[in-house]
Design a protein around this ligand. Structure first.
Ligand code: BGC
Length: 406
């Protein structure tokens, strides 16, 4: 009898153990099913593979959820010193009808109002590294620290009534500047009325107005008729004021004279302030860029240039603009730079903004430059000055000197 009771208890104990084991087994499976639920949320497409993916489903889900904010919150890396998509030598053709609307359709989708662009995947540089594109250069990454990627580039274009040139310029320059991975905006500074043109004052106004909008660190001053033939000519600033339009087709791809600083130039905010900007008193054609060069030298700086392969430009052919004749007085003024630099420039700039229009391709600022009577004697390019200038131009065709090349 006792033996029967003992056997019964043993059987009961074994049965209980089996029940307990079965209970545990099902509880465990339920846990697994519970943890795979989130996986159903992220992967409902392929139900046949669900079982196989069970064990990885939980970490994947959590990774996805946590990785996204971390990735988007991470600060962008600086753009590379040498932008990766440059084409180098460019084909440029002006003998075609090209309207602003054509350009708007081509490049507009990449831009923000005001002809503004900024690379999406890296922080743009406004400053060139010394020796960029030189042969046998050291590794690019080691020189990253030399650039200050914080601020943008303002491109300033003095303008009056040259809409066909503007279409060509925008058609070529926007894609180039985008490939150069710049954070930039284009400012077209339009002189109101038909008074004598003042290129230098328009540059000063562009600089002042651009700084009201954004903390630009670099200013590229460009004539509307100059398009680069090599996109390695970066529209960034350097340690020195930089002359970019080195080899223009109009001058047989040579410098007309060694100290020329016209066409397209790039100055950092600091460099431009140091020389008090351009003089405001160069009315009519000629001399204002020579005066700027003298200001740079007077302030103890020198200029840099790309070599004549990278610095090639094509100029749009055109006649002399109305009311922008060569002014013989401007040559005399070049003797006065040391006396005028402190009192004539950004610190004496006076003008009135008539209208600011934001286009997708540019910011168009129409200004009254307050043409004063009495600067007078703006002649037609005849007489002694023209003779001297012609001789200078034909004799002094310089190649870029090696100390300026970088
Ligand atoms: C003028 C400059 C001009 C240069 C090239 C010089 O005679 O003074 O203003 O940029 O010629 O055309």
């Amino acid at each position: 009898m006792l033996k029967t009771i003992f056997n019964f208890l043993v059987l009961f104990a074994v049965f209980s153990l089996i029940c307990f084991a079965v209970f545990l087994f099902y509880s465990k499976n339920n846990d697994l099913l519970f943890f795979t639920d989130p996986h159903h949320l992220v992967n409902t497409k392929n139900k046949t593979s669900l079982n196989i993916e069970k064990t990885t489903a939980v970490p994947e889900f959590h990774q996805n959820r946590t990785a996204m904010p971390a990735a988007s919150g991470r600060p962008l890396e600086p753009c590379p010193d040498i932008p990766p998509n440059l084409q180098e030598v460019l084909y440029v053709e002006f003998r075609t009808n090209r309207t602003l609307e054509d350009v708007r359709q081509q490049v507009g989708p990449l831009l923000q109002q005001g002809g503004r662009y900024k690379p999406a995947n890296c922080v743009a540089k406004q400053k060139r590294s010394p020796g960029l594109f030189r042969k046998h250069r050291p590794s690019l990454t080691t020189r990253l620290g030399e650039s200050d990627p914080r601020y943008g580039v303002a491109i300033i274009i003095p303008f009056r009534n040259r809409y066909d040139h503007l279409s060509h310029w925008l058609h070529y320059l926007h894609p180039i500047l985008i490939r150069q991975q710049l954070d930039y905006s284009v400012y077209v500074i339009n002189q109101e009325g038909d008074g004598v043109f003042n290129r230098a004052k328009l540059m000063n106004i562009g600089h002042t107005e651009a700084l009201k909008e954004y903390d630009y660190e670099c200013f590229v001053f460009s004539d509307i008729d100059l398009v680069p033939l090599n996109d390695r000519n970066l529209y960034r600033c350097s340690d020195k004021p930089r002359h970019l339009s080195v080899a223009v087709d109009k001058f047989n791809f040579l410098l007309p004279y060694n100290n020329i600083f016209g066409g397209v130039t790039a100055l950092s905010r600091e460099q431009f302030l140091k020389v008090n900007g351009f003089s405001n008193t160069f009315w009519g054609w000629g001399g204002e860029d020579d005066d700027l060069y003298q200001r740079i030298v007077f302030r103890g700086m020198s200029i840099s240039r790309p070599d004549s392969v990278i610095g090639r430009y094509k100029m749009i052919k055109h006649g002399r603009d109305l009311h922008n004749d060569r002014n013989p007085n401007n040559v005399q003024k070049l003797n006065e730079t040391p006396q005028t630099i402190d009192r004539d420039g950004l610190n004496s700039l006076s003008y009135t903004v008539r209208k600011i229009r934001k286009d997708l391709l540019y910011t168009f600022i129409t200004v009254d430059v307050q043409t004063t009577a009495g600067y007078g004697r703006v002649g037609g390019g005849s007489g002694m000055y023209s003779c001297v200038s012609a001789v200078v131009s034909s004799v002094h065709l310089y190649r870029v000197s090696s100390e300026q090349m970088s």
